[in-house]
Design a protein. Structure first.
Ligand SMILES: Nc1nc2c(ncn2[C@@H]2O[C@H](COP(=O)(O)OP(=O)(O)OP(=O)(O)O)[C@@H](O)[C@H]2O)c(=O)[nH]1
Length: 403
């Protein structure tokens, strides 16, 4: 009897099937599954394409962010616009109101973040204008840059900030056209929704008009409304970081597939330390679901800090492994490092958290009948976690090669 090849209705379905194969097939010494091999080959190809000076690889969604090792993010903008506050709140867990006491940055601050991917954040003092100062080595600053984050204080007069940003964007378009420019219209807390949108519209028009006057259409400029006093800054950073992840579509397909099979409402893959989500499923993301999942991570971290080192007594372990379960404890829990489930009583939506590795956690909002299908849910989550682990096994060494 001969086996006919599987027929897929669409390329997306084929990709999902390959992903499932990727997450199911264990890698034996030197033997790779076809899906894993394909992912590996895609990487080899995109890493071998010749790179012209000043241009970035088109096939790489992160541009040339990985050429020199750790992807780099640059924070620029006027003085007191909030750059150091953003980096302290997102990456150093500083309480937002403590940023009131931050001193003005005098020199370029370089921070390295070790996480699911190692990246650097450079905080530029507001008074430095790189295009005013010929002594700056532009290639050292912008060559291989992941993203330029330009912070504009929405509570201040922003015309000068926009003028400086325009000069920078035009210069970058000429020399480094693929650098993502992320404009954070910042400090929008306390502004009415209408006013926020008015400001965003005004700034967008001013920048786009300037760009089209100089013949640049479709420049990679994105706008975000942010504040350190709510989740918007994490949401914006999530979007920035996602653009740096090679093959993000693969991660999104895995999560979309998981949501479909387990009937989850939403699934996020979080970087636990920063609470940035690095991928989510294809359903529309809303701030409320992100907030609740991100707060849940805080709860788990706090509980782990209190009870994390707790060891079970031999007696307790025997009781849990005996009747009626008759199985070793390790086989009963989905993950030896962390697993948890919380039910929100008002909306009857359980939230599930599953650690992927020491940096990443999968957090999903389930539906209220999910408890009836927990074994199936656990099995699917396990398969996706294996797939994610393999994904990062392949991509991480490529990202950090030159470190
Ligand atoms: N209301 C509000 N204030 C903010 C926000 N982010 C930062 N700030 C305040 O803005 C002030 C300046 O913040 P910094 O982070 O020092 O600004 P900076 O851009 O690093 O300034 P330089 O180092 O001089 O370039 C501080 O008092 C912060 O508390 C925000 O989202 N909302």
């Amino acid at each position: 009897m001969s086996l006919s090849p599987p027929i897929y209705d669409s390329p997306a379905e084929r990709q999902l099937a390959e992903l499932n194969a990727l997450s199911r097939s264990p890698v034996r010494s030197g033997v790779m599954s076809p899906a894993r091999l394909k992912l590996q080959l895609l990487y080899e190809q995109s890493n071998q394409e010749p790179i012209k000076k000043g241009t970035l690889r088109p096939a790489d969604p992160a541009g040339g962010a990985f050429e020199k090792g750790k992807p780099r993010l640059l924070l620029m903008g006027q003085r007191r616009s909030g750059k150091s506050s953003i980096s302290s709140v997102v990456f150093h867990k500083l309480a937002p109101n403590e940023t009131l006491f931050l001193e003005s940055t005098a020199r370029i601050q370089k921070d390295t973040m070790s996480s699911f991917m190692d990246f650097q954040i450079w905080d530029f003092p507001g008074q430095i204008d790189v295009y005013d100062n010929p002594s700056f080595d532009m290639d050292a600053i912008f060559g291989g840059l992941g993203a330029l984050i330009w912070v504009i204080d929405a509570q201040d007069d922003y015309l000068e900030a926009v003028a400086r940003l325009n000069v920078t964007i035009l210069a970058l378009q000429r020399s480094y056209p693929n650098i993502n420019i992320e404009v954070f219209i910042h400090k929008v807390d306390g502004l009415s929704d209408d006013y926020k949108l008015d400001i965003q519209r005004d700034i967008t028009i001013r920048i786009q008009d300037e760009l089209s006057d100089h013949g640049f259409e479709n420049a990679p400029v994105t706008f975000h409304l942010t504040s350190i006093y709510n989740h918007s800054i994490f949401e914006a950073f999530s979007k920035v970081i996602q653009k740096l992840i090679p093959r993000l579509g693969t991660l999104e397909s895995m999560l979309t597939n998981l949501c479909r099979t387990c009937r989850f409402e939403k699934a996020y893959l979080f970087d636990v330390l920063s609470k940035i989500y690095i991928a989510t499923d294809s359903a529309t993301a809303d701030m409320a679901s992100y907030e609740i999942c991100s707060d849940y991570i805080d709860v788990i971290i706090d509980i782990t800090e209190i009870y994390g080192t707790w060891q079970r007594s031999d007696d307790g372990r025997k009781r849990l492994e005996g009747e009626p379960w008759n199985a070793k404890l390790e086989d009963q829990v989905g993950c030896s490092t962390a697993e948890s489930c919380l039910v929100l009583h008002d909306s009857h939506k359980p939230i599930m958290l599953r650690e992927v590795d020491r940096y990443l956690a999968l957090v999903a909002i389930m539906t209220d009948d999910s408890y009836d299908r927990m074994p199936l849910v656990n099995m699917n989550v396990e398969a996706v976690v294996e797939g994610l682990t393999e994904f990062f096994d392949i991509t991480k060494p490529k990202i950090n090669v030159a470190g």
